[in-house]
Design a protein around this ligand. Sequence first.
Ligand code: 6PG
Length: 238
Amino acid sequence: MTGTKGEIVVVPEGEFDRVVAEHLAEALKSGGRSGDVTLALAGGNTPEGGYRRLAEIDGIPWERVEVFFGDERAVPPHHPQSNYRMARDSLLSRVPLREESVYRMEAEHPDREVAARRYEGLLPEALAILVLGIGEDGHTASLFPGGDAVREVSRRVVPTRGPVPPRDRLTITPVVVLHAERVFVLARGPGKARAVRRALRGPVDPHQCPAQLARGGTWILDEAAAGGMEISVGGGSP
Ligand code: 6PG
């Protein structure tokens, strides 16, 4: 993605999940023409409705899709706050993926350093599709403002601690975000408007606003998250 211009898609709140699903479906259908399509999913709440709609779209080569995660909290896979659980319930359990093609981040491992190294070995050199969210503080994945993880320049997965529970996490680093072929950032609701505007229109400082690492991606916003930001007709670019 590095150096790509990026795109902003603003939709009415009621259309958000459908538009997210359609963009991800198009990317999956066209990604990785030969071999597997590698998809890394975001956690949190925002993507859930779009994942559910995605599960209903026909013609996606799920048998060729490998699923990864951008981050995970240090909780078991059935825990209500597990990103894996959310993805499994809304999408992964509802599409014909090969069992062995879902790579869960084992953030609950007693030694997260070991789990990070192991996961790093599973990741492709460049993800075909990376789905991210954005926090109200401008974080993305579990790359938090001012944190060590957002300053990582060589490792691709690291243990980290967030400012809100569940604090202990595993996260991809900027290296993975910047190498991903297609990045989608999802944001909805007025609470995200300030962070979105800062990420897309503010001074470039990814250490303080990690979501800026994805400026070159496709930002899918509902009108509230777009917060009246000046966007040229036809989507516009960050
Ligand atoms: C996490 C997510 C995180 C999320 C944002 C937005 O593990 O929390 O990966 O980066 O995308 O915090 O979360 P919401 O979608 O719940 O607002």
